[in-house]
Design a protein around this ligand. Sequence first.
Ligand code: PHB
Length: 557
Amino acid sequence: MPPANPALDTASDAGAPAEAVTPLIRGVAVLHTLTDAGGTLSLSALERTTGLARSTVDRITSTLARMGYVRLDGRDAVLTPRVMELGNAYLSALRLPSLLAGRADVLADELDESVSLAVADRDGIRFIHQATRRRAMSLSFRIGDLLPAERTAPGALFATEWREPEWRAWRARRAADPRDSGFATVPPRQSADAGGDFEERVRAAAGNGWSLDDQLIEPGLVAVSVPVRDPRTGRIACAANVVSHTSRHTAAELRETLLPRLREAVRRMESDLRTPVRATAPAPSGLATWTGASKQELGRGFVESLARGLTVLTAFGEGRAALTLTEVAQATGLARATARRALITYEHLGLVRARDRVFELTPRVMGLGFPPLSRTSLPEIALPHMTELSELVHESTSLSVLSGRDIQYTARVATGRVMSVNITVGTRLPAYAASMGRVMLADLTDAERELDALTPLRPLTRHTVTDLPTLRRVLDEVRAQGYALVDEELEEGLRSIAVPVRDRTGRVVAALNVAMHAARHTVEECVRDILPELRATADRIEGDLRVAGRFTGVTVV
Ligand code: PHB
C-alpha cells in the first residue's frame, strides 16, 4: 500500500544523503502534511500522520510559529499567510504568472469560462494561475494544487516531452497508487484504469498541439489545453487551459468553439515571453541572520537548522531563478557549508534542482502551504491579529469596508457589549459618523468623496458633525494624521479610533478600529495607549496581505 500522504515518504530521513539536514526534512514533512490537510491539523494528528515523535512535532511547530508560517491555536497548528512567501519565491523566479496572468484573466472574461495556467511537476501538473468563474457545478482547483498528469488536459501535453525515465516513474506511481490517494485534491478514481489510455492521448496531443480532458477528474468537468512554448528553447513553459462543464459545453464543443480563441491568446502569451528579465530590486542579504537571537531566546523550542534551511528558499525570486551556492550564501548570510547542506536536502526532497553548479526551485515548493491559503480573504487574514489586539487592549475591535455611503463590518472581535446596536459581520453604519468610515472616506479623491458619499449628514447624536465644510476639514485632518477618532458622534457614550488598512499598491481597502465606552479611556489615553497597538496590528495585517496578495486575489470581504 502506498502511504495515504506522500509526506510520509519524507518525514523519515531513510535514503537521504549523509549531508542532508534531518530537521529540515522533518519540517518540510510537517508543512506538506498541513497543506494536504487543508491548512489545519491538531498536533496529535500531525504526530500520527508524519510518524514523528510528539516532542519533535512540538519543536518543529514552535519553530514554524516563530517564522510566522504557522499559528498555534489551542491544540491545532494552522498555516498562516506568511508561509506563502515560499510559493511566492518559486512563482516570482518562474516569472510566468507575472507575464501571463493578465492574458489569462482577459481570456476568462472574454469566454466567461475559467482559464488556468499549469506547469509540469514530475508526473503531475501544478496550477500557477487560476482565473476562476465561480460556478457551483464542479470542483475548482487552487493555485499550487497538484493533479496526476494522466487525469488532466495539460498532463498529456507535458508528457509529450517525457523520455523513458519519466514514463518509468509514472508507471511506478500508477502501480503503487492506482486510485490516486496520494493526490489530496482529486476525487479517488472509480476504477483503477479510469481515464482511458494515457499514452494514446499523449500521442494525439503531440500530433494536434492541443489536448482535451473529457471528464477525467470528475463527471461534468471538461477542459482543453494548449502548450505555451518558451520562444528561446521551444520547450513547453506552461499550459493554458479553458475549463468548463458539460452543462455548458461538451468536450467536442470546447474544441470546436473555444480552442481557436485559446490558441490566439497563447500566441500572444508566447510573444510576451520574449520580454527580457527586468533588472529588479538589489539582491537580498542576511535573510537568515535573525535565527541566532531566536535560538538564544527559545532554546530547545527553536530548531535553528530548520529556520535557516527554510530561509534558503526565499533567496530565490524575480531575476534570481538560478543561483550559485555563493549567491545563496550571500543572500541568506549563512556559511557556505550550511547553505550547501540545505540545498542538498532540498535536492533530495525534489524542491530544488541542481544543474551546472546553479540551483533552481521546482514547482513542488508550492506544496509547502500555498494552496490552502490561495483563496484567503482579508477578514480571515485579519482575525487572528484582531484577537491578539483585543486581548491586549481589552476592548472590541472591528474591520470594515466602504460600501457606498456606509461602512460594512467584515470581521469583529467583541469583548462585551459596548454599543446599544448589536454589531455583527454584515452590519452597516453611516460612514461619515464612524471612525472607520472617516479613514476610508479620507482616502477617496475629492471627486469620489463629493459624488454621494457625504450626503445626507444627519445628526445621530448631539455631537455628530453634520456640516459639510467641517466634515471636509475633519477628513483632511484624518488623511494627514493617519487615523480617525470619533467621540460620541455615532452613539452617545461610544468612542472609537480607526486606522486604514492598505493593500500592496497603497490603496486603502479596509479600516480597523477599537471601540470602547467613553468612560473607559480619555481621548488622550486613546491616542497614547491604543493607537500604537492599533497601528501595529494594521501593519501586521498589511504585511500578511502583501505576501498573500502577490500572486492570488485576496477578497476584501
Ligand atoms: C482547471 O484549471 O481547473 C483544470 C485544468 C485542466 C484540467 C482540469 C481542470 O484538465
